[in-house]
Design a protein around this ligand. Structure first.
Ligand code: NAD
Ligand code: MG
Length: 385
């Protein structure tokens, strides 16, 4: 029996994780489930899986959570600190599936508690990669990548010979506007941007996928997860999302992981690792798919990729600023306050205006994150839609 905690249990990744756990109730015991403020979804899930604790980050939701859990044995808790406490309750396996920098402290708490942390919350590695990987090492915590590309690379990596890796090639679907012109991209609405052709995901990552900032964040994520230099990381557009990423070796071999685009496959790999478990995912039918297409990403229509690569190469505070500015810009776009093409422009301007020293602790990362958000917020105000 494995004890599990899910941070961000009501989201897209959190729900897929619950789906797998509920299919094998004899294998898992649920310690804690957390959410931001979706009380009814959180309470229903916590009751279904007999969680010990259910936590809402928004303290104002405590009473309604208590009400929703009335008559069950699930304990209701609330507040940001309570989310971190849930991460410290000592589960064998913790899914980190909070979206954005809101996940930084809970991920750190989980890493410090030991056990295995399955990481979907890529922003934690982008903003605080050095601090997070150092904490994992110091506490002998196993960090397993859930992001489908990184999970694919993890599956293809020959851990006995890291020096024989020539390149890691992250595939990208190219998002819903892979073939759109810049003129068309100017007029994109939030509803169009969140409608991803292959994956069903939360709103923020769907917009990131449409700007390709998602792949930029994933370059930085890969740099922290795998023993490679920035110049060994490539991006390849692959519209079908069948090949989830590849590792090229010095002898010319290229290993890839393939599958239908369903997050339950990488989540299951992290959940059962080092073994494997059954999933209800549709089997891959290559004869029906017929062909697999690949193309280089277009740097002109997708400037976010170069912004992220530059931030990765420059290092220091740049990735945290990139991430914070992107979160502000995406939220403003989803709220209808800035246009689609402004997202990358806001990130570029924030990076140009703010140059703090490299952070050496989680608190320093959080301070940079807050300051970068203020700069980006000012820049958002300059945009008139
Ligand atoms: P989502 O928006 O569907 O869910 C986010 C979860 O985080 C929810 O449970 C929400 O309640 C919680 N949350 C939001 N704000 C919070 C806050 N301030 N404090 C505490 N909890 C908060 O997002 P998602 O699509 O499931 O993505 C989650 C993470 O996984 C993101 O970092 C994303 O980049 C990554 N990821 C997602 C997918 C996918 O297929 N959805 C794939 C790869 C990586
Ligand atoms: Mg991904």
């Amino acid at each position: 029996m494995k004890s599990v905690t899910i941070l961000g249990a009501t989201g897209s990744v959190g729900s897929s994780t619950l789906d797998l756990i509920e299919r094998s109730p004899e294998q898992f015991e649920v310690v804690a489930l957390t959410a931001n403020r979706d009380v009814s979804k959180l309470a229903a899930a916590a009751i279904r899986v007999s969680a010990k604790v259910a936590v809402v980050a928004d303290a104002a939701c405590l009473d309604s959570l208590r009400e929703a859990l009335a008559g069950s044995d699930v304990e209701a808790r609330a507040g940001e600190e309570a989310v971190c406490e849930a991460a410290r309750m000592g589960a064998d396996w913790t899914m980190a599936a909070i979206v954005g920098t809101a996940g930084l402290k809970p991920v750190m708490a989980a890493l410090e508690a030991g056990g295995t942390v399955a990481l979907a919350n890529k922003e934690a590695l982008v903003s605080a990669g050095d601090v997070m990987t150092a904490a994992a090492k110091a506490h002998a915590t196993t960090l397993l990548p859930v992001d489908s590309e990184h999970n694919a690379v993890f599956q293809c990596l020959d851990r006995t010979a890291p020096r024989s890796v020539r390149k890691i090639i992250l595939t990208a679907s190219g998002g819903p506007f892979r073939q759109a012109s810049l003129d068309q991209m100017r007029a994109i609405t939030p509803a169009q941007a969140v409608a991803h052709p292959n994956w069903s995901m939360g709103a923020k990552i769907s917009v990131d996928s449409a700007t390709m900032m998602n792949k930029g964040l994933e370059l930085i994520e890969a740099f922290h997860l795998f023993p490679v230099r920035a110049d060994q990381l490539d991006v390849l557009v692959h519209a079908q999302s069948v090949v989830h990423s590849m590792v090229e070796y010095v002898d010319g071999s290229v290993l890839a992981q393939l599958g239908t685009p369903d997050m339950r496959t990488p989540i299951a790999y992290a959940l059962a690792w080092p073994e494997r478990m059954e999933t209800p995912c549709e089997a891959l039918d290559l004869a029906r798919i017929g062909r697999l297409d690949f193309e280089a990403p277009d740097p002109v229509r997708f400037p976010a990729l170069a912004l992220a690569r530059d931030a990765l190469i420059a290092g220091g505070a740049r990735p945290a600023i990139l991430n914070a500015a992107n979160e502000v810009a995406v939220a403003a776009f989803l709220a209808g306050r800035v246009g689609f093409l402004e997202i990358a422009a806001i990130v570029a301007d924030t990076l140009a205006r703010y140059e703090p020293a490299a952070p050496d602790s989680l608190d320093a990362v959080l301070a940079i994150d807050a300051e970068a958000r203020a700069y980006a917020g000012e820049r958002v105000k300059d945009c008139v839609l």
